[in-house]
Each structure stands twice: as C-alpha cells, then as structure tokens.
Design a protein around this ligand. Structure first.
Ligand code: DSN
Length: 478
C-alpha cells in the first residue's frame, strides 16, 4: 500500500533525525502518541495542520532577517520577504486590519512590541523624538536621564490576573508591571463579569496612557466598543490582546462590538491558540502606529523566525477558508455544552457559563485546590491547567480553579454530545478526589488522594471517547 504524502513526509523526517540523535526522534514520536491518547482541554493549545507543521522544518530557519520587508539589516532576504509579506497580507485580509506585523515570537513579545510602539508614539519627550530620528548621538547624559524618567512614569490599566487578565497586562511580577505605573480592573464579585462603569471610574481616576483589554481566563465576551469609549474619554491608547480568542474573531463568531480590530488602536495576538497556527505572535494596527510597530526587530525582539513566519502564512491562509468559520462556531458550541454538562452535575463555574472557548471551574466546591484537581485529572488522562479564580484565596501557584477550553478537541472533531461525556469524566474525577496531608499531618494544597482504579477507569473512558476522533488521521508513523 502506498503511503500518503503526510505520512511519508513525517516518517522521512524522523528517519533523518534518528540517524543523528535517536532519542529526539523517539521523543517526537512519543509526543504524538501522548497527544493522541489524552483529552486535551488546555484552553490555549490546539493542533496545527500538517502543512503548518511541515512549513517550520526547513532552511528558512537558517536565515537572519532583522528589519522588515524590503528594509533588512542583512542581505539575501528576498525569500523571507515573500513569506513575511504573504503572512502579513493574509492577516490583514482575515482581520480587516490596515497593518500587520508578523515577527513576534510569542504573545508576550507581541505585547512588548505594542507597548514600545505606544510609548514611542505617545510620550512627549524631546529626547525620545531625537532618539527616533537618528540624532541619538546628540543626546546628552541629562537627556537620557530625562528620557528614562519620562518613560518610567507612564501608566497602564489592565485586567487583573485573578479576574482573567494576562501576566503582561500589568501583573507586578511581570516586566509590564515594572515598566509601567499600573492599576488593574477586576470583575464584579457577585457576577464575575466586567463592570464597565467600574472600568470607566478607574480610568477617570488613574488616567492611563494605555488601557488594555483581553484575557487568558475570562469566559465571556468583552464589549470593545464600550472599552474604546472609556479609553477615548481619558485620552488613553486602547490596546487589545486577543491571543485567546483570535480564532473566534477570524471565524466571525465575535463581530460588531465584540470584534476588537475596528475598535482598538492596536491589537496583539498569538497564532497558535484558537487561531490554530504555529507558535508565535502578531500585532495589528492602523497606519499611525505602523512605523513604530515595524521597528519591533531589532529594537524589542531578537531576529525574526522566517520558518515560523512562513508557517503563519500557511495557517492564516487556512483560517481564510470558509470551513474555519464553522470550526470557530463549533469551538463555542462545544464550550457551552461542556459548561452546561458541568453545571448540571453541580460544578461551580466562574460567571456561571461561557460565551467563548473556555470554561473556568471553581473547584473549591469539591474541597480541592486547583493544583490537586489538575494533577488528579492528569492521572485520569485529562490535560487541563490550574488557574486563579477572582479573589482566589489560594494564590496564583495552588489556585482554586481549573481552566478548560475546547479549541483542541474541536479540531479533532468532537462535538456537543462528546462534551457531555467529557463533563461526566471531569466531574467523576473531581468528586472522587480528596485533599491529601503533609508528613506532619497538616493539610496539603498539593497532595491528593485518588483511587488509581478510578483514574485508570476514567483514562480508559477518555481513550475510548477519543478513538472515534483520531488525531492527525492521515499520519501513520509506523
Ligand atoms: N500561556 C498562555 C495561556 O495558557 O493562556 C498565555 O500566555
């Protein structure tokens, strides 16, 4: 029997790798086997297409390409220009953006590029202007001192980490919380929802240079029209980090007030979450910030990864196909079915449900910390991650929550009926797990007790559920 092109490609690649370091080839094979067998519910993960994966394994990786298309610091970038321009073009068309910068290596990098672009655009500093217009050698030590002081006094208002915001939205241990004088807005303690009046009040009091919207663990839509009005009312630049829900924007599930692109001055994203591309980041903006954004490398980022930009072009082309909109809608249908299945079984969900791709469980009702729940689920073949819930009493390490998301399982083809089975498996594990104790008998936030027979049974049920939805069905490695 002749092998299909995808199996041939991956088998040949592994053969070549095996000849040099067989343990790496083995680990790659084992990773596919593990991913095939586990119920992947990590909200920020997905399965990129074989075409996207294959695009990353080639000689584009050998090329330096600092600068931007047509303006490089290295010679010989004509082919990198081709793929970078293609990726940017697909991104602009897909999201309706005036400008796209596809070099960031991750979401954090994309956010740093955006922060710097906003600072460079907005901070009224003669020294900064000189530094931008190549009079940098004319700057005195006093100019540099003044510049650092002006940059260091800028303000950012973002969503707090425990309400679902991201580390880079001003969380103090992160560099964003040190670069900026920062404040956070949270969610209404009664509903778990963003209270736009409170955000407006915080913005009026604090007068930030940057208002950030977007989240990693907020299970609801955000009204970006209202957020832009708040930003405008205090003269702030409005930035949206859509890393988690970019696939829902691309698939036109989030439109109108819930599509950030027409409302924000600048939008950042990753490309590997609900968007289902290669690991990486991207910035979208209007013409007024485009020049500053394009200085991302080498002013903020290390050399771009041309092989990843090529893969972004492939994945973005896939996201422009009509079937991606269907995929995006199924992500949300599945998340809502999963939420309903959990609610029916008595699980507490932050905000009581979901409008997007993720569901946030408060596992304190099961008497567990997030860490105990995460490990018990993992023992049972269910891969999730622990996450803080609003006003979390267990802090960001142990937490009281479990975040689950449906982009990956939806890519495998699971639907709403399978989400109800998944809810049953999760509920069974959590209700059968009890907190453990430390050696001295004190309660542990990490140890837990789960009968291995229960974990094995659930693992088997998870594998059976997945058997009808093979991962990478066109690829056989042996
Ligand atoms: N690590 C990503 C997530 O899991 O949401 C965000 O950086």
């Amino acid at each position: 029997m002749s092998l299909n092109a995808e199996s041939t490609a991956f088998r040949s690649a592994l053969e070549v790798i095996r000849a040099v370091e067989p343990r790496v080839a083995d680990a790659i094979g084992a990773e596919l086997a593990d991913q095939r067998e586990s119920l992947k519910l990590i909200a920020s993960e997905n399965y990129a297409s074989p075409a996207t994966l294959l695009t990353m394994g080639n000689w584009f990786s050998d090329k330096y390409a600092e600068g931007t298309v047509g303006r490089r610091f290295y010679a010989g970038c004509q082919n990198v220009d081709t793929v970078e321009a293609l990726a940017a073009e697909h991104a602009k068309e897909l999201f309706g953006a005036a400008h796209a910068y596809v070099q960031p290596h991750s979401g954090i990098d994309a956010n740093l590029v955006a922060f710097w672009a906003i600072l460079a655009d907005r901070v009224e500093s003669p020294a900064l202007k000189k530094a931008q217009v190549r009079q940098v050698n004319d700057l005195t030590e006093a100019d540099w001192f003044a510049l650092r002081r002006e940059l260091g006094n800028q303000r950012m208002l973002g969503m707090s980490l425990d309400a679902g915001g991201h580390l880079t939205h001003g969380f103090r241990p992160n560099i964003s919380g040190k670069m900026f004088d920062q404040r956070s807005y949270g969610t209404d303690p009664a509903t778990g929802l963003i209270d736009y009046d409170r955000v407006a009040e915080a913005a009026r009091e604090f007068k930030p240079l940057i208002l950030v919207a977007g989240y990693s663990a907020y299970p609801r839509k955000v009204n970006f029209r209202i957020m832009r009005e708040i930003a405008d009312s205090v003269g702030a630049t409005f930035m949206v980090d859509m890393a988690h829900f970019a696939g829902l924007v691309a698939g036109k599930v989030f439109t109108g007030d819930f599509d950030p692109v027409p409302h924000a001055h600048i939008v950042t994203t990753t490309t590997h979450k609900s968007l289902r591309g290669p690991r990486g980041g991207m910035v979208l903006c209007g013409p007024e910030l485009a020049d500053q954004v394009d200085r991302g490398c080498p002013m903020v980022l290390g050399g771009p990864l041309p092989h990843v930009m090529a893969a972004k072009a492939v994945a973005l082309a896939e996201a422009r196909r009509p079937d991606f909109a269907d995929y995006a809608q199924r992500i949300v249908d599945n998340a809502q079915a999963l939420a309903e299945g959990l609610l029916r079984r008595g699980t507490t969900l932050v905000t009581g449900g979901t409008d997007n791709h993720l569901v946030l469980l408060d596992v304190s009702g099961y008497g567990l910390t997030g860490r105990q729940a995460e490990q018990a689920l993992l023992d049972s073949g269910i891969v999730t991650n622990r996450n803080a819930v609003p006003q979390d009493r267990n802090g960001a390490w142990y937490t009281s929550g479990i975040r689950i998301g449906t982009p990956a399982l939806t890519s495998r083809g699971l639907g709403t009926a399978e989400m109800d089975v998944t809810a049953e498996l999760i509920h069974t594990v959590l209700s059968q797990t009890t907190p453990g104790a430390n050696a001295d008998g004190t309660p542990s936030k990490a140890k837990y007790v789960l009968d291995p027979a229960v974990a094995d049974k659930i693992s088997k049920q998870a594998t059976d559920l997945l058997a009808g939805f093979p991962l990478y069905p066109t690829i056989t490695l042996s």
